[in-house]
Design a protein around this ligand. Structure first.
Ligand code: FRU
Length: 517
């Protein structure tokens, strides 16, 4: 064994011991998510290396196994046969070499000659200023069993950023794929003046020798303000188009849009592999909620494009840190393109989690002017609205159909606490044609309101909502809108209420399931 391998193994063993000492306490936390991926303990961020290898899905994640804060990055690892039930595996990558001393940053995975290969960014701080004093290179690791990974002896395989209007050090998050016997890789980047994000395209015959082709999007060609750095790019064919996913940092707010610190979206277009040109449309958000960043996709066994993102946002409050963990993944979602728009729907197989259920149809929701309704915000539903026996819970799926009727707005309050006054409110404004997710009164953590444009279909609003102990993920319409949020209610806040304002709405149907692993 090379000495560098034993160095890596030692770093992995130390990290596992750190997790083992903390995970029992973390498992008891009442905010711990039941059916979402999170680390056994401590910090996680981006999904990495999402792939299918020898009959199983592998998902890695940026991980700091020593504290609830971001730090030198490791790759945590889970696998699944069905994308629904996940099994924890040992940490796959640890920073252990000169070129990745301060972190194995984000990257991706691909099967090549029977092995599972990871390509990631080695990060090194070269001084005090974390924005300027860094060196990033691209490196490989591989595994024969999908569990134990060795770093490639010839690392790094991309040692420096290309010449041109390309920042020499902010150069990261390789996503690899194969197209007609050639490997391609894209990297997140920015211009040398650090004003515009961009994506770099590379080509390789063997995963080891890489040739820079072009800047495929962003950079000098950016006509609108799409942020100063694009992180975690992904590119794949979907139907007869190509989709470029990226996470732009620093986009300015625009009306209801881009209120998070950073965004994640996609551009539909066509990549010309011969010229390296990607003609594309505007950025479309992949999620209109609070907590969705650095999404990564894989192709599943059935040829569906599945996306998972980090369900958190940089620099936001994470109340679970006080309980020994920080961050989680979203549920897997299926991407399609319909009418020129990206659509997002929850993975159908999540229905395997369904347990006890109740079902109601054709219930009238009348405008409810509660005694205290004057004293609260217009969007509020505190203590108003109808409840239905069995429709409640903290790990729950809801499938709902509203017929808007004469109401000016209608919706649902979740995680309602009768004594605490907590609630997380999803409401639809019929005049403005907007869906609003309001976590101002959700409990601990950040509040805030997010809005998404959405038209009703023949007066009908369809919703699928996944509630876990400290999260809610909303899918509205026919895949047009997804909204994700971490919320931190008290354990007694399990109520669900349905409401209409200034008129009558018909709750055509509601199905509620308890979800369990
Ligand atoms: C995105 C990101 C990546 C980087 C990683 C470091 O959230 O900043 O660009 O590789 O996190 O953990």
């Amino acid at each position: 064994m090379h000495s560098f391998q034993s160095q890596h193994l030692e770093a992995l063993a130390r990290a596992e011991a750190s997790l083992a000492a903390a995970q029992e306490r973390v498992a008891q936390d009442r905010w711990r998510l039941r059916y979402h991926v999170a680390a056994p303990a401590y910090w996680i961020n981006d999904p990495n290396g999402f792939s299918f290898y020898r009959g199983e899905y592998h998902l890695f994640y940026q991980h700091h196994p020593y504290s609830v804060e971001w730090g030198p990055m490791y790759w945590g690892h889970v696998k699944s046969k069905d994308l629904v039930h996940w099994e924890h595996l040992p940490i796959a990558l640890a920073p252990s070499e000169d070129y990745d001393r301060d972190g194995c940053f984000s990257g991706s995975a691909i099967e090549h000659e029977g092995k599972l290969w990871l390509m990631y960014t080695g990060n090194v701080w070269t001084g005090e200023d974390r924005d300027e004093d860094l060196k990033q290179v691209q490196a490989l690791a591989y595994s024969e069993d999908g569990v134990h990974f060795e770093k490639y002896i010839g690392n790094p395989v991309i040692e420096a950023a290309p010449e041109g209007n390309i920042h020499p050090f902010h150069f990261r998050d390789p996503k690899i794929w194969q197209h007609e016997d050639i490997y391609y890789c894209i990297l997140g980047s920015q211009t040398t003046d650090r004003q515009s994000g961009q994506v770099l395209l590379y080509r390789s015959a063997d995963l080891i020798n890489w040739t820079f082709i072009s800047v495929i999007a962003g950079g000098q060609e950016t006509t609108e303000k799409l942020g100063y750095m694009w992180e975690c790019p992904d590119l794949f064919a979907l139907g007869d188009q190509d989709v470029l996913v990226c996470s732009p940092q620093g986009m300015a707010k625009d009306g209801d849009l881009y209120h998070n610190l950073h965004q994640s979206g996609c551009m539909l277009g066509k990549l010309d592999y011969a010229t390296g040109k990607f003609e594309h449309g505007d950025l479309q958000l992949l999620d209109y909620g609070f907590d969705f960043y650095a999404p990564q996709t894989t192709l599943d066994e059935q040829g569906r494009r599945i996306v998972i993102a980090w369900m958190a946002m940089w620099e936001d409050k994470m109340p679970e840190q006080a309980r020994g963990w920080a961050g989680a993944m979203t549920i897997p979602r299926v991407l399609t393109i319909e009418d020129g728009q990206i659509r997002t729907r929850p993975l159908p197989e999540l229905s395997k989690l369904r347990g006890k259920s109740v079902h109601y149809t054709n219930e009238k929701l009348l405008s409810s002017l509660a005694a205290n309704s004057q004293s609260v915000e217009p969007d509020s539903s505190i203590y108003t609205g109808r409840q239905f026996a069995g429709v409640s819970g903290e790990y729950t799926e809801l499938e709902i159909e509203f017929e808007a009727g004469t109401a000016t707005s209608f919706g649902i309050a979740m995680r309602v606490g009768e004594s605490s006054g907590e609630e997380t409110v999803l409401s639809y404004d019929c005049q403005q044609q907007k869906l609003t997710l309001d976590r101002e009164r959700s409990g601990a953590g950040s509040g805030g309101i997010r809005r998404a444009p959405l038209s009703l279909q023949n007066g009908i609003l369809k919703l699928r909502i996944f509630i876990d102990r400290s999260s809610v993920e909303v899918f509205a319409g026919d895949g047009e809108v997804a909204m994700s949020a971490r919320i931190y209610p008290g354990v007694d806040s399990t109520g669900i209420r349905f409401f209409a304002k200034d008129g009558e709405t018909l709750l055509k149907s509601v199905d509620c399931w308890t979800l369990d692993q």
